[in-house]
Design a protein around this ligand. Structure first.
Ligand code: UD1
Length: 430
């Protein structure tokens, strides 16, 4: 089993290049099957979740050619099956985007109930409500969601809760429905806008993405396109927080600073300096960080996907911080691991109460999920001594060449897959 071995204590300094947004890419490659013409997508991150999604699409017959590490050419004329296997769904929850895409194009789809990160109950009622509202029959049984419709008819859909996945799924299906669909209380995340822009580049007519009311005017068919995925705000934020925790100075390049506003604001609250450029942000850390209060919220609020990394930063801040999680109820499982590294954090309900300590001490810890795994790496970078992070397959779901990029900033980190290699690295850095 692969692990990260980290010798902490080096301030991260230098420049890092951010890749394409995983969550946008997952929806965009699924939506690419909604035309029979060829679609070329670049700035695709080479991460496990995206590669699993590509596997799921190939499995139903989609022809996907990898032009280079970050570019694929997709042609869906060869689709032979409208049923997506559990093998893929259990690995990535986002494979449910194939439901909306297949339903829009073929008026029929069957997808196993989704898996994904274990961060709380992940219902699909809003997706189901949306598909039904567009005129589909939806059946959830035997571990499968089956949707089919004679015709998809535009409709008015109010989302009882802001959901990224349901907004995208409904937007995709409604693109090829008859008439107008209005999605109210829609999610406003940057990748909603990116998926809408992508669909519009294929001939869809979607307006209002990025606001809480999205209007989709159905079209008969979509055509081929070439599209570049937006930068990953969560990868960017993770490097910003790694810079802050180590008291470093890092220029995070190829980002859209607007997407990082909530993250930047909290770093400033914690005492860091954040300088915004057109397509980069520079984070200059501070010897002693200051406590602050954070609440996760749908965009433009503070992202839940940055919550564990924020906690890893605040565990070293002077005073008492609080981090309230309002999106997923089970997202503090990493706290015990941080405690093993010396953090003083108490969880009460959905709030983590963090009493800042002077430093982390290296320990052997285990990544419980993708973003929590990144938080443990951040803590390890700042820790005294050696940290070993197990279960890094979670981290590989969403970070491309994570350790390489960190090494480029001066971190002492190695990915190893045997006790021998781990000990060799430890000897090398000791
Ligand atoms: C997406 C992101 C994930 C991020 C999350 C919130 C992808 C692939 N994943 O996940 O990284 O953490 O947005 O920003 O883009 N809910 C319901 N019923 C539903 C659907 C959701 O009650 O039918 C609830 C969820 O339990 C959660 C909240 O709505 O409490 C938000 O979930 P949602 O935005 O749908 O998250 P995902 O799209 O799964």
């Amino acid at each position: 089993m692969e692990q990260y071995v980290i010798k902490g204590g080096n301030k991260l300094v230098g420049e890092v290049e951010i890749g394409g947004a995983k969550n946008a890419a997952l929806a965009i490659i699924a939506a690419a099957i909604m035309t029979d013409e060829t679609v070329v997508i670049d700035n695709l991150p080479d991460v496990r979740d995206v590669n699993v999604m590509i596997g799921a699409m190939e499995d139903i017959g989609v022809h996907i050619e990898r032009i280079d590490r970050h570019t694929v050419k997709i042609n869906a004329t060869t689709i032979g099956r409208l049923s997506v296997d559990y093998e893929y769904i259990k690995k990535i929850r986002a494979s449910y985007y194939l439901l909306g895409a297949l339903l829009g194009k073929y008026k029929k789809a069957e997808v196993a109930l989704p898996g994904g990160c274990n961060i709380g109950s992940r219902p699909i009622d809003l997706h189901v409500k949306g598909f039904k509202s567009l005129g589909s029959d939806v059946d959830v049984s035997y571990g499968l969601i089956s949707v089919k419709a004679k015709r998809l008819i535009g409709s008015h859909i109010y989302m009882d809760k802001v959901s990224v996945g349901a907004t995208i799924n409904i937007m995709m299906a409604a693109t090829l429905a008859e008439g107008k669909t209005t999605i109210e209380n829609a999610a406003k995340e940057p990748h909603i806008v990116d998926v809408a822009n992508f669909l519009n580049s294929m001939g869809a007519n979607i307006r209002g993405a990025g606001t809480d009311v999205i209007r989709v005017f159905g079209v008969n068919k979509l055509h081929g396109t070439e599209y570049s995925v937006i930068p990953d705000q969560i990868e960017a934020g993770t490097f910003m927080f790694a810079a802050a925790t180590t008291g470093g100075d890092v220029l995070v390049k190829n980002v859209i600073p607007k997407h990082l506003e909530a993250t930047s604001a909290k770093l400033v609250d914690a005492g860091c300096q954040v300088v915004e450029y057109d397509d980069a942000v520079r984070v200059i850390g501070k010897e002693k960080l200051t406590a602050t209060q954070v609440t996760t919220l749908p965009y433009p609020g503070f992202p839940t996907d940055m919550q564990p990394q924020m906690t890893a930063v605040l565990a070293l801040a002077e005073g008492t911080s609080t981090v309230a999680e309002t999106i997923f109820e089970n997202r503090f499982k990493y706290v015990d691991e941080l405690a093993r590294m010396g953090a003083n954090i108490q969880v009460e309900g959905n709030v983590a109460i963090i009493r800042g300590v002077d430093n982390y001490t290296g320990a052997r810890v285990s990544a419980p999920d993708l973003r929590a795994g990144a938080a443990l790496v951040i803590a390890g970078l700042a820790a005294e001594g050696i940290t070993i992070v197990d279960d890094i397959h979670y981290i590989q779901r969403g970070y491309e060449r994570f350790e390489e990029k960190l090494r480029g900033l001066g971190a002492l980190i190695e990915r190893t897959d045997s006790e021998n290699d781990t000990q060799k690295f430890i000897r090398h850095v000791s």
